[in-house]
Design a protein around this ligand. Structure first.
Ligand code: SF4
Ligand code: SF4
Length: 128
């Protein structure tokens, strides 16, 4: 991923329209594994790299703690995302030909200066 939406989400819809890669699903979307909150598709999120200086979703979100860091969507974290997909944390897209779109199939850009510790602890995105 990237970033993750937590149970603090109040379903306000401010984030989804800001995402440059349409990575955010609302709570009613059938592809959302968490039907009580918005969901970021980790296989799609680019952390806004190449689009903005910081994640646009977090800039738009009015709720502290609703959007937090997650691990980079890179092959290094293949098992993290595979396990998360198996346990229902994520619902990673299945491509017709390529199969499950895990990081080994397609990595995504990430903001390099965010520490591994902040990502592992799902730290809140900063005050922008
Ligand atoms: S960080 Fe950027 S690309 Fe990722 S979900 Fe938020 S707005 Fe979309
Ligand atoms: S902007 Fe924040 S609170 Fe609103 S839907 Fe998105 S994550 Fe939830």
């Amino acid at each position: 991923m990237a970033v993750m939406i937590t149970s603090e989400c109040i379903l306000c819809d401010a984030c989804a329209m800001e995402c440059p890669v349409a990575a955010i699903l609302d709570e009613k979307n059938e592809k959302n594994p968490n039907q009580s909150r918005y969901y970021v598709k980790p296989e799609s999120c680019v952390e806004c790299v190449g689009h903005a200086d910081s994640p646009r979703c977090a800039e738009a979100c009015p709720t502290q703690g609703a959007i937090v860091w997650d691990m980079p969507y890179t092959a290094e974290y293949e098992s993290y995302y595979a396990d998360g997909n198996s346990n229902g944390t994520y619902a990673i897209r299945v491509h017709n030909k390529k199969g499950l779109m895990l990081p080994s199939v397609k990595e995504q850009p990430f903001i390099e200066y965010i520490s591994k510790n902040d990502r592992e602890s799902h730290a809140m995105l900063g005050d922008w």
